[in-house]
Each structure stands twice: as C-alpha cells, then as structure tokens.
Write a protein that binds this ligand. Structure first.
Ligand SMILES: NC(=O)c1ccc[n+]([C@@H]2O[C@H](COP(=O)([O-])OP(=O)(O)OC[C@H]3O[C@@H](n4cnc5c(N)ncnc54)[C@H](OP(=O)(O)O)[C@@H]3O)[C@@H](O)[C@H]2O)c1
Length: 398
C-alpha cells in the first residue's frame, strides 16, 4: 500500500473533547494540562499516565478526575492505588496498562512519553483510529513507514506537536506537493552554540539541560545541546511530510521565533512565527481544527528588534550528518541511531560519559550495528535491543 502524507480532515468540536495524556507528568504533559484546566468546559480527561513521578500523577488525578491513571513503573502501583482509594479512578501499572490507557475511550490522545518507551502507546492510539497529537518524535524516527501506514489504514489523524513540524503543518500545501521545493527547520542552536569543542568537552549535565530559550525535559534538552534533537526532527519531517532528505534543510535561528518554513517553487517562503512557548503548538493540536486562546506571550517584533540566522556548524555538531546517513541507509538505521542516542544521553546524565562521548557512541552504533529493511514491529524491537547493547558496550570501552 502506498501512503501519502495528507492533511487529516477534521470535524469541529461539538461536545467536550475526551482526551488522554500519555506522559502527563512531563514538560509537554503538564503544559497540555495547563491548557485543559483553562478550558474545563471544552475538555474532559479520560486517562493519564506517568512513569515514576507519582506525586505529580496523583495531584493531576485529583485535579482532573480521569477514569484511569497508569504508572509505568509497577513498583509504585500500590502507592498510587492507596492515594486514590477514595475516588472512582481506576489505577493500572506497567507497559501493558499504558497501552490500555492509550486505547481507552478518548478521541484525542497526547503522545508525550519520552523516548522509544512512547512507541507502543502511540501505535495503540493510532491503531484505534484516534486523533493523536504526537510530541514523541522517537516513534516516527524509529517506525516512520510502519506508523504512517498504520495511520492510513486505521483512519487515524496525526497532529505534530513538535513546534517545527507544527509550524510546517500550518503552512504546508497538502494538495500541491509539487509546488514545494524545501522544508526549512529552524534550530535554536542549543546552549553550546557559541562554545568551542574544548569547552563542550567539559560540559556537565546541569549545563547541558539549561536551554537558552525552551524549557523542556532532560533528554530533549541534551538532544538540543548536541543538535541530535534537530537530527531526529529532520528524520521525523522526512517521514511525516514524505519529503526526500535533500529537500529538508536546517538553519540556526537563536531567537526561536520562526518555528520553521516551507519554500515554494516560485521563491515564496511561508513561515509560522510565535513566541517560543510550547503551549502554542500544543494548543493548536488540542483545539484543532479550531484555535484556542493560550497564555503564551504575543509576539512583539519591534521589541525583539532583529531575528538572526546562521548555518549549523557541521564540525562542531556532527548530529545532522548522522541523520542524513541514517536516512540514506534507510530501513532500521534511524532506529539504531535513536536507540544508541537514548543510551548515550542517559549515560551522560548519569555522569558515566562526557558530553562529546554522546556523538562517539552514536557514530559507532550507526557504523557498527547492521542495518536491515524495516519489515515489522518485532524486528524493530530486536534492532532497538541490539543497538542499545552495542551502545552500552561502546560506553564501557570509552
Ligand atoms: N518538552 C518540550 O518542549 C518538547 C518539545 C517538542 C517535543 N518534545 C518531545 O516530547 C516528548 C516528551 O518530552 P518532555 O520534554 O515532555 O519529556 P519529560 O519532561 O522528560 O517527560 C516525559 C514523560 O514520559 C514519562 N516516561 C518516561 N519514561 C517512561 C517510561 N519508560 N514509561 C512510561 N512513561 C515514561 C515521564 O513520567 P515521569 O515524570 O513519571 O518520569 C513523563 O511523564 C519527547 O519525545 C520530546 O522529544 C518535547
């Protein structure tokens, strides 16, 4: 079956939209809840999931009274169950229960679990034909073709939450694909944009997670510092918009006001702009096809004065080259790169390796783990396991 990227057709929201949030305690999850609590007449929450942060999960459950809450880490099950004993909220635990939450009777699902842990829930929601707002870019990076096929077959709707993809989605001409010559993803450049390689080598996790513009979870913040986040986003854009890799460019734009652009064959460039606040793209997905008020600051261009741009430095930041290599190899290569990166970032956060070792692990896995055509989810899981074991081995030898 051939799958083409199409703009999903939407119905306007009549009654309350029933929503589930996978990864509700994270940065994206909490911002989604912030918007929901500002519009209680429009949304009701069906299920919430977290992994370990049960205090936040319990607080959210008491606030929103969902039908189900799930904690990924099963050792926390009893504590959550006890805390919610005097409510009607069902409690589940473990990976299977997260799939149940994703499959529950909601029509809109936010996929905001970080890393490949988000894959089963995202797939389960898509399989049931739901509208899936996906922040979890790792799903598309690893399983792009399988995911797009599943979405088409199930009649699901995929709404990109990542600010860059959300921006492109707003200015992409789904009816006239041939009229578009290039997608241009903007990158803030991360906290080490102007640092030398020598300085980068000494950077600590505390410094790496301090993003100059965006406030995000630890993993994506480190990915922003290495530019792996942009590398993953290029792969995500390739699968989501079905544009060939050579038609996807990256430009560094430190103010993060232009969230991405589409260049048309006549030379027109359409951009989506806004203050760097994730509640804008999250709100776009939550209210879609309508628009909602968000508390994000309105853009004051005169106050900003200037917007600047520069090409990414390929020597200081090899991650974008890794993305191109992975797309060129195809098949399981993006999943190998993603799995190695998750292991390397965690090792860096745990202070087992240095900042520049992350790229060494990624390069080694991309070259050292055999790539194969991606046929099904079982082989994806096996590849993920192999790449993680390989990355661990590289880390032990550093
Ligand atoms: N943050 C942003 O601004 C932003 C922007 C664009 C895209 N994204 C993407 O959105 C996703 C989430 O990012 P984030 O920054 O919100 O991450 P985060 O703050 O680290 O939150 C991650 C969420 O996933 C849950 N989780 C982690 N490991 C899990 C596991 N093994 N099983 C089940 N749940 C698990 C966490 O639960 P606990 O809290 O209990 O650990 C938390 O709810 C990522 O894919 C990221 O690339 C984020």
């Amino acid at each position: 079956m051939t799958v083409t990227a199409v703009k999903p057709v939407a119905q306007t929201i009549g009654s309350k939209r029933r929503v589930t949030i996978l990864g509700s305690t994270g940065s994206v999850g909490c911002q989604t809840i912030d918007l929901i609590t500002r519009n209680p007449e429009k949304y009701e929450v069906v299920a919430l999931t977290a992994n370990k942060n049960i205090d936040k999960l319990i607080e959210q459950a008491r606030l929103l009274s969902p039908e189900l809450v799930v904690v990924g880490d099963e050792s926390h099950y009893q504590s959550v169950k006890d805390a919610l004993a005097n409510t009607n909220i069902a409690v589940g635990a473990g990976a299977k229960a997260i799939i149940e939450a994703a499959s529950a009777d909601a029509d809109w699902v936010m996929s905001a679990i970080v890393g490949t842990a988000g894959l089963p829930g995202t797939l389960a929601a898509a399989r049931r034909g739901k509208t899936v707002a996906f922040a979890n870019k790792e799903t598309l990076v690893c399983a792009g073709p399988l995911m797009m096929q599943l979405v088409a077959e199930a009649g699901a709707k995929l709404l990109p939450v990542d600010s860059e993809h959300n921006a492109i989605w707003q200015v992409f001409d789904f009816e006239r694909r041939e009229a578009m010559s290039r997608l241009i993803l903007t990158a803030s450049g991360g906290p080490f944009r102007t640092a030398s390689r020598e300085v980068m080598a000494q950077m600590t996790p505390e410094q790496a997670v301090k993003h100059p513009v965006w406030s995000m979870g630890a993993k994506i913040s480190v990915d922003s510092a290495t530019l792996m986040n942009k590398a993953l986003e290029v792969i995500e854009a390739h699968f989501l918009f079905q544009m060939s890799p050579e038609k996807i460019d990256v430009i560094v734009h430190p103010q993060s006001v232009i969230h991405s652009m589409v260049e048309y064959t006549d030379g027109s460039v359409l951009a989506q702009m806004g203050s760097p606040d994730m509640r804008i793209p999250i709100g776009y997905c939550l209210a879609w096809p309508e628009r909602m008020e968000t508390p994000a600051a309105k853009l004051d261009l005169a106050k900003l004065g200037q917007l600047t741009f520069e090409n990414p430095d390929p020597v200081k930041f090899p991650a974008l080259r890794f993305a191109r290599e992975a797309m060129h190899k195809g098949g399981t290569a993006p999943a190998i790169l993603n799995a190695a990166n998750e292991v390397a970032v965690q090792a860096f956060l745990d202070k087992r390796i240095g900042f520049l070792d992350i790229e060494r692990v990624n390069a080694a896995a991309l070259n050292g783990v055999a790539t194969a055509p991606l046929t099904d989810l079982e082989m994806l899981a096996e590849t993920d396991k192999q790449a993680r074991a390989f990355a661990e081995q590289v880390i032990r030898q550093l």
